[in-house]
Design a protein around this ligand. Structure first.
Ligand SMILES: [Zn+2]
Length: 118
């Protein structure tokens, strides 16, 4: 009489092998609301000024964008990040398309307070 060899224990195989997947998880994917994406309306609401400038140094033209006008043209929810704007911009002095934009927050309107003249 042979005793039946007990149940085979199926030791769960090495499926606990997931450690390395964690290494590359991007932690800082939430950088902030502002980096997330401007629209024309949010720029206006935030009182941002967007200035376009020509990269061609002999020209060096710069011009404030008329955000209200752009909003009317493209819609309040149209994306207004630099990557969205730059392809649409063209220097109206030299016609160059190497144009950059600067976003300027208008947080302290009094910093350059009007000179109190006479
Ligand atoms: Zn130019």
């Amino acid at each position: 009489m042979q005793p039946a060899r007990g149940k085979r224990q199926s030791t769960s195989d090495a499926s606990a092998h997931v450690g390395c997947a964690l290494a590359g998880v991007p932690v800082a994917r939430y950088i902030g609301r502002m980096a997330k994406g401007w629209t024309f309306q949010s720029l206006i609401d935030a009182k941002m000024t967007v200035t376009a400038f020509c990269h061609w140094s002999p020209c060096n033209h710069s011009q404030k964008l008329d955000l209200a006008k752009l909003r009317d043209k493209f819609g309040p929810d149209a994306p207004a990040m630099a990557d969205d704007l730059i392809p649409r911009l063209k220097c109206n002095r030299c016609g160059g398309t190497a144009v950059g934009v600067i976003y300027t927050p208008d947080t302290s309107p009094n910093a350059y307070g009007k000179a109190k003249g006479s």
